[in-house]
Design a protein around this ligand. Structure first.
Ligand SMILES: [Zn+2]
Length: 448
């Protein structure tokens, strides 16, 4: 029997808004549970909180939920949207930790989050979600504040783009960093003159370790799109020209953007651009796309210029799936795995010492037995967690990532993909340091 608690909240302010009313939240939660857990036995209780704001956790129903969790009476908590649970980032963070320690999974319908799924639990995803959630709340709440602040010449974004930094005496003001501005000007000049592309610049910068940053094609693409470089501040629909000392002129900014927008290959996001080779002809494959007029859908292919054979992007993804999953796992899980394994080793050596001490009558037997039982349980828990990482994360993980993350992995880590057309087969070769990472991942798993 799965014990599910749905939590719905409606503040006095929400009652004026639509979309967040109590009945709607209850309906969605109930429907979701029926769809998701309908084939199992479950027990759904809905806790309704009316007229309470989400600014802190001083709410009767939330407090009851927390107590129930401590007693392990809840398996899953379902909310319509994270901000129903809390509007405070700090509280959200605390709740997530608490849920984790009480083995409670959290499902948020509108944010598409399910922490019972190993993917959902990962630190990385949580961070992304928190950032997203924070931005959404910010958008709602403080648009006017930002507008006012920008009018006074304050820079209210969190991230400061390359080329600028915050002034020491006033953190709301930016100033140019000359050596970084030089890099920015170089990018704009090269692209505006059509000498280099986002891709070639990123590749070169990565090789030369420019500014110690992980350059990928999309980094350069996004940089070129940033209006701040010609002095214009744009945030959440606020547009303020002549906001700051520009790094490039409006003319060169326009030219670079015109060129980037006109490039055919930039319109289609090929995942494996310039990475694929034909094993028969040793030629680099070209990117070709076809547009199905009826559906308006674009299909991406890779074509050998010599033997003219083609393979679809989807086919490459399918064929290389295992390899990519391993890389994803190595990238995201190794740290977690290593820490669990460390804990495992520590606990088992403690256990050994305890047994030794007990045998030699150094410690009280009764105490030793109790402690040993506790440690054994901890060890079996740790082993479960370790197996969990080992098994579950390889499951189609790569295709579960969003496009940007996939692109980042391919561009940063994959050196080449060799495609054998006859018998359809691909071999992925990673850059040396990442091949080592993969080896490390495999070894880690074998060790226990
Ligand atoms: Zn060929």
């Amino acid at each position: 029997m799965i014990n599910i608690v749905g939590y719905a909240r409606e503040s006095t302010l929400d009652q004026a808004h639509n979309g967040f009313n109590m009945a709607d939240q209850v309906r969605r939660i109930t429907k979701f549970c029926k769809l998701e857990y309908g084939d199992q036995e479950y027990n759904l209780t809905i806790k309704k909180e009316e007229g309470c704001s989400g600014k802190n956790l001083e709410r009767p129903e939330i407090q009851k939920i927390l107590e129930q969790m401590e007693r392990h009476e809840i398996d899953i908590i379902v909310v319509y949207c994270l901000d129903r649970l809390t509007r405070s980032l700090k509280d959200l963070n605390e709740l997530l930790i608490k849920f984790d320690s009480c083995s409670v999974s959290l499902v948020s319908l509108s944010n598409n989050i399910d922490t019972s799924n190993p993917m959902g639990r990962f630190f990385v995803n949580i961070i992304v979600l928190i950032a997203q959630w924070e931005l959404d709340t910010l958008k709602d709440r403080t648009l006017r504040g930002i507008e006012e602040s920008a009018r006074q010449g304050n820079y209210s974004k969190g991230m400061v783009p390359i080329g600028y930094h915050r002034r020491d005496d006033d953190h709301h003001q930016l100033e140019i960093v000359p050596e970084e501005a030089k890099i920015v000007r170089y990018i704009f000049t090269e692209i505006a003159a059509d000498r280099e592309s986002n891709y070639t610049i990123a590749k070169k910068f990565r090789e030369q370790n420019v500014l110690n940053k992980a350059w990928v094609e999309s980094t350069v693409g996004a940089l070129v799109k940033n209006k701040l470089y010609y002095g214009c501040f744009e945030f959440l629909g606020v547009n303020k020209p002549e906001f700051i000392e520009p790094i490039v002129t409006r003319e060169i900014w326009d030219k670079a953007n015109e060129i980037n927008n006109s490039k055919k290959y930039d319109r289609h996001p090929y995942l494996y651009r310039n990475k694929c080779y034909c094993t028969g002809c040793q030629k680099q494959l070209l990117q070709v796309s076809t547009l199905k007029k009826k559906s308006g859908k674009v299909y991406l292919y890779y074509k050998c210029p010599e033997c003219k054979r083609t393979i679809s992007e989807k086919a490459i993804t399918d064929l290389a799936d295992d390899s990519f999953n391993m890389m994803v796992k190595a990238t995201y899980c190794n740290a977690e795995l290593a820490s669990l394994q460390n804990k495992y080793r520590r606990t088992s050596s403690e256990l050994n010492r305890l047994v030794y001490d007990s045998v030699h009558n150094v410690v009280n037997h009764q105490y030793a037995k109790k402690e040993a039982d506790r440690m054994k349980e901890e060890l079996s828990n740790l082993r479960l967690q370790i197996n969990d990482i080992g098994e579950n994360t390889s499951r189609q993980y790569f295709i579960g990532l969003n496009y940007e993350s996939q692109q980042k992995i391919i561009e940063e880590k994959v050196e080449r993909i060799d495609v054998t057309f006859i018998g359809k087969n691909v071999t992925v070769k990673y850059y040396e340091e990442f091949e080592k990472l993969l080896e490390g991942g495999k070894k880690n798993e074998k060790e226990l």
